[in-house]
Design a protein around this ligand. Structure first.
Ligand SMILES: [Zn+2]
Length: 310
């Protein structure tokens, strides 16, 4: 491995801890997922390198605001406080993407990496999108837990062609393995990806319910109204985990409920009434008649509801 000396102006010697951690992580990604180094898989390769470069620096120096800056100790040595990349606010470098769009797949892999970098930062530290591009609020799980989930996803679930949507699925699977599908960690992983515009579709953005058995789309035309999925009379399910994911418009606040039919009435057995676009419900239920309810707490518009029935 050869590191540059830098020119003393734009860069000092490129041998700082996060840069070395970044480059050596490329060795780890090569022997694990072995990402194709272009498009979204290339962006994931760069992001993994930034994430674990930052985690190496954190391990040695402790966690500070500099933890989330990449290359800050080598970049423009005469200017304090700047960095090559900013995991906490990727667009701060003037180039990196910080929310998934149709142009993210074709961006330079060092810039598309901003999307998963920000997802990781929000998962570790919590909060909302630094530039208000989404309203989802992510609950912090801490950098150690976030790194454990990311590493397991890389080593166990990601492959050479994994895209951003696949990374969402892989990290959710890893979170489920480590903490359980009903854990706060699992919910936070889904929220972190939703906050950067990465849903469940194969293209990376939006939602097409890949990985779920069933899906339904519809429109709620006014706040305070609800839609029943698959219908108000519900469906019959067995004993096991009822899993639902609801994505509504970013301008609205849609909530997700799971209801079970009693002798005469329906009662809510599980719900996710948080704010933001993506809501997840996981419920261990006995056999019976159930229905999903998408409810517009505020705003209106179209939704996608994905679900698994045991
Ligand atoms: Zn790299």
């Amino acid at each position: 491995m050869v590191y540059g000396d830098g020119d003393g102006s734009t860069f000092s010697a490129l041998v700082t801890l996060d840069i070395c951690g970044h480059e050596m992580t490329h060795g780890v990604t090569e022997s694990e997922a072995n990402f194709v180094y272009s498009g979204e898989s290339g962006g994931l390769d760069e992001s993994m390198a930034d994430v674990f470069g930052a985690m190496v620096e954190r391990s040695a120096y402790g966690e500070t605001s500099d933890t989330w800056l990449i290359g800050e100790d080598a970049y423009t040595p005469s200017t304090a406080g700047d960095a090559l990349r900013y995991m906490n606010d990727p667009a701060d470098d003037g180039y990196s993407h910080d929310y998934y769009s149709s142009s993210t797949s074709s961006a330079d892999v060092h810039y598309s990496s901003g999307v998963p970098n920000l997802a990781f930062y929000l998962l570790a530290e919590g909060g909302t999108h630094p530039r208000g591009k989404s309203t989802t609020s992510v609950s912090a799980i801490g950098a150690d837990a976030a790194a454990s989930i990311w590493y397991r996803a890389l080593a166990t679930y990601m492959t050479s062609s994994t895209n951003f949507s696949g990374a969402r699925t892989a990290t959710l699977s890893a979170a489920s393995d480590l903490y359980g599908a009903t854990s706060a960690e699992y919910t936070a992983v889904g929220d972190a990806w939703t906050a950067v515009g990465v849903g469940t579709s194969s293209g990376g953005g939006g939602t097409s319910c890949t990985g779920y058995e069933s899906s339904s789309t519809g429109t709620i035309s006014s706040a305070g109204s609800a839609s029943y999925v698959p219908s108000s009379s519900g469906f019959s399910g067995g004993s096991g985990t009822y899993l639902g994911y609801l994505e509504g418009p970013s301008s609205a606040d849609f909530d997700l409920y799971l209801q079970k039919k009693g002798k005469k009435t329906w009662s809510t057995v599980a719900s996710d009434t948080g704010s933001g676009t993506g809501r997840t419900v996981s419920y261990a239920g006995s056999s019976g008649t159930y229905r999903w309810v998408a409810y517009a707490a505020s705003g209106s518009g179209s939704y996608t509801l994905c679900y698994d029935t045991p």
